[in-house]
Design a protein around this ligand. Structure first.
Ligand SMILES: Cc1cc2nc3c(=O)[nH]c(=O)nc-3n(C[C@H](O)[C@H](O)[C@H](O)COP(=O)(O)O)c2cc1C
Length: 256
């Protein structure tokens, strides 16, 4: 049985979920979703789509993927969201977008991971993060068992009807997410190493005079912000005092 998991990640949480699922399921292809990936016919019995929740919805790069991917008609399709607390009705959007293409979402799983939108709030304390990781280690085993058996499973949501309403309005926010990097600047710690250029999954950063310059196709993933070894990328005065984060089991190299 062929299993492919398509994933997108900014700080490694989603990649960790995808990797742990692979560990449980055995022979799985992990494929990073990008705008310039191969959208040819994907021959797979099981297709997983793993993504971080952004602005109560799904990342633009994932929507683009759903619009273009060609899956087998009888493929079992599951979603796997990693989210910081406000899952809302984001999985329903995934279901809707797949439906537009004639595909059915058979299961919509979700796991709460450390929220990484550090331009808005601090990452959770270490103790809380560790609790999330412990929960993830167990939950992923249950998800693997369901996927292995191609089980139908409801799309997980939170905040009930209110959550679904805010997700329905997420399109507006997602259409502005390309502007996230407009507020970015580097402080005196920037040494021009170029890690931000390499980690950006949408090639939205170039170095000019040894300092990063952001263009206007930001995906909002905050990879540049969190993976900067000097923590020199800021979006406001507040971010100077906030910790940077990436999943402890995911290395910079694994991200590339
Ligand atoms: C721009 C942005 C918006 C986000 N919006 C939400 C959200 O609406 N709801 C939520 O629960 N988490 C939200 N998050 C948190 C991420 O979904 C969460 O931390 C996720 O695990 C990150 O996965 P990654 O490490 O694979 O990038 C947001 C993160 C970013 C960067």
């Amino acid at each position: 049985m062929k299993i492919k998991i398509f994933y997108f990640t900014g700080t490694g949480n989603t990649l960790k979920l995808a990797r742990d699922l692979k560990k449980e399921l055995g022979d799985v292809d992990l494929i990073k979703v990008s705008y310039n990936m191969d959208f040819e016919q994907t021959d797979t019995d099981i297709a997983g789509i793993a993504y971080p929740v952004y602005c109560f919805g799904i990342p633009n790069v994932i929507s683009n993927f759903i619009n273009k991917v060609k899956l087998n008609n009888d493929a079992y399709i599951f979603g796997l969201a990693s989210y910081g607390g406000l899952l809302t009705g984001s999985g329903k959007l995934l279901k809707k977008e797949l439906k537009k293409r004639g595909y059915r979402l058979n299961a919509g799983f979700a796991i709460k991971m450390p929220g990484n939108a550090t331009i808005y709030y601090n990452i959770p304390a270490l103790e809380k993060r560790e609790k999330m990781f412990a929960f993830e280690a167990e939950r992923i085993k249950q998800i693997a068992a369901a996927v292995r058996d191609r089980k139908e499973y409801k799309v997980e949501t939170n905040l009930g009807l209110f959550g679904q309403l805010i997700s329905a309005a997420s399109n507006k926010m997602m259409s502005k997410i390309n502007e996230t990097a407009k507020s970015f600047f580097v402080d005196e710690k920037c040494n021009g190493c170029g890690n931000c250029v390499n980690i950006c999954p949408v090639q939205n950063i170039k170095l000019k005079d040894n300092k990063p310059v952001w263009f206007n196709k930001c995906e909002g993933c905050l990879a540049c912000f969190h993976w900067c070894p000097q923590a020199s990328i800021q979006s406001s005065a507040k971010t100077r005092d906030r910790d940077r984060y990436h999943h402890p089991d995911i290395s910079y190299k694994a991200m590339l």
